[in-house]
Design a protein around this ligand. Structure first.
Ligand code: MD6
Ligand code: FE
Length: 220
């Protein structure tokens, strides 16, 4: 895969084309984000979903926005309702939408309009194995990834599972935007190390904002 030097002074590594690392970009929204996260997780609590193969994920998840990403024995997909409650997901708060649009614009993706926000909660030891994000109907749109709480190492490889992943440390407030030629790159999160974050305690929260487009036909 091609590499280019990213322009941020804080970028720790050369990143694949299509990926932008915006160090601390979400810090200006921190207070509002934490308040909205508390409301969302009260309405749609974090839960450990099961993979189609039957394994319980170590990451706990919830969603806000018109569409939410879910996994169960039937597969991975976007759904308009929380399967636990049968209710629509909590609305995407304006501040989260605005943060995502600003970050996408900063990264060169004008006109981003997210319709899905997956919220991942990692406690120490939780991880996400290498995967591609392929459940979105709209793959022209980028993905905006906001990290809060404990630091983590984001792994990103290339377009095949065999490409050895780069290791990008992500801290509270960092934003990664991901699209174009990197849209289908394999990526994951290394096991989160023990620790305490002053605002969030022993957890890492990641928001991934996407334009999922129409839910798949089998969505409920
Ligand atoms: C996470 N993120 O950081 C997991 N996918 O918790 C993802 O899987 C992800 O952060 C696509 C683009 C950005 C991401
Ligand atoms: Fe992903």
């Amino acid at each position: 895969m091609e590499h280019e030097l990213f322009t941020s002074a804080a970028a720790p590594l050369p990143l694949p084309a299509g990926v932008a690392y915006l160090a601390g970009f979400a810090l200006a929204w921190e207070e509002a984000l934490l308040e909205r996260l508390a409301r969302i997780s009260a309405a749609a609590p974090f839960r450990h979903m099961v993979t189609p193969g039957g394994r319980m994920m170590s990451v706990a998840m919830t969603n806000c926005g018109a569409l939410g990403w879910i996994s169960d024995r039937r597969g991975y997909r976007y759904a308009q309702r929380d399967p636990e409650s049968g209710k629509p997901w909590p609305a995407l708060p304006a501040v989260i939408r605005e943060l995502a649009i600003a970050a996408a614009g900063e990264a060169g993706y004008a006109g981003f309009e997210p319709d899905a926000c997956l919220i991942n909660r990692y406690t120490p030891g939780a991880r996400m194995s290498l995967h591609q994000d392929r459940d979105e109907h709209d793959r022209a749109a980028p993905i905006v990834s906001v990290s809060l709480g404990l630091p983590a190492v984001f792994l990103f490889g290339g377009l095949t599972r065999r490409d050895r992943p780069l290791r990008l440390p992500l801290a509270h407030g960092d934003v990664v935007v991901w699209g174009g030629p990197a849209r289908l790159a394999y990526h994951g999160v290394a096991p989160v190390a023990d620790g305490q974050h002053p605002k969030l305690g022993p957890q890492r929260i990641n928001l991934t904002l996407r334009r999922a487009g129409l839910p798949k036909i089998n969505a409920r």
